[in-house]
Write a protein that binds this ligand. Structure first.
Ligand code: ZN
Length: 290
């Protein structure tokens, strides 16, 4: 039998079909988020899965959402980058899938579960993951289990205050990690410096020696290293994994990032910073497994 994992991002939606219990990916697709409301999104995703030809063998659907969810009711309480507020996503998808069991989870939690079961965190017991795309999400594995906090709401490392009273964040607060360490921040800085093509174009230009792009990426690394060192100092993890689009940036990002994290960490400590092994697939893999 198959399980579906859907990772809804502000820009793209990643869909995967996995065989259970092996976890082997049998089909996957990435579509752009139509941003026309959750019903439109549900229909677009369902049509893709229907087109895969696997629909008859699907027994469960897991959906990863970049925001706060109510697991019991299957409602997205708030997902700022999707403009979803009190959205009944579970019932919408159950209707589309004619009663197949649908569960929601946070995208950062899904990604870290994906890495823990078959990725960069295999065998680790205490670890942190940051997923960096349009926004910044993440999750914590504590003593081998997903840490969900005192209310089941999980951690929001993207909304730790990095520069108190700084730039306004999508969540309404000022100076969050997300406001300075997201692909959106790189894109905005890039636009100001005359780059078109988003964060990827700025990374590419920096790698090719462009001075302006290089300065943007250096500032990004400095901000991100401060965020990672702060979170790691609190939890002393075996590793910090970076996922999302930014996690695919390679040595060009990870080498200086590792150095900057070690420089900023408490009293000569070092924390291993790793790229996600499942890349952009980590979210849907975790959603399907959860
Ligand atoms: Zn925020």
């Amino acid at each position: 039998m198959y399980r579906v994992g859907i990772d809804i991002g502000g820009t793209n939606v990643k869909i995967g079909i996995l065989e259970a219990p092996s976890g082997e990916i049998v089909w996957k697709k990435e579509i752009s988020n139509p941003q026309k409301g959750y019903q439109h999104l549900g229909r677009a995703v369902y049509d893709e899965i229907y087109g895969s030809g696997c629909i008859e063998k699907i027994e469960a659907v897991g959906i990863a959402v970049p925001g706060e969810i109510d697991r019991d009711t299957g409602t997205v309480i708030s997902a700022f980058n999707l403009d979803f507020f009190n959205v009944p996503l579970k019932s919408e998808f159950e209707q589309l899938f004619h009663g197949i069991s649908v569960k929601l989870c946070n995208d950062g939690e899904a990604a870290i579960i994906g890495e823990l079961s078959c990725g960069a965190l295999k065998g680790k017991k205490n670890a942190i993951m940051l997923t960096i795309g349009t926004g910044v999400g993440g999750g914590i594995v504590f003593e081998g289990r997903l840490f969900r906090g005192g209310h089941g709401r999980g951690s929001e490392p993207g909304h730790i205050l990095l520069k108190y009273r700084g730039k306004k964040c999508t969540c309404g607060a000022f100076g969050c990690v997300e406001a300075y360490c997201s692909a959106k921040w790189i894109e905005e800085q890039g636009e100001k410096a005359g780059f078109e093509g988003g964060a990827k174009a700025v990374f590419e230009a920096a790698e090719n020696g462009d001075v302006k792009a290089g300065a943007i990426i250096s500032e990004f690394i400095d901000n991100l290293a401060a965020a990672i060192a702060s979170i790691a100092n609190l939890l002393d993890p075996e590793a910090v994994v970076i996922g999302g689009g930014v996690g695919c940036a390679g040595d060009f990002l990870f080498k200086p990032l590792q150095e900057a994290v070690n420089q900023k960490a408490f009293a000569g400590r070092t924390y291993e910073v790793l790229p996600s092994k499942n890349g952009n697939d980590a979210g849907f893999i975790g959603a399907a497994l959860l």
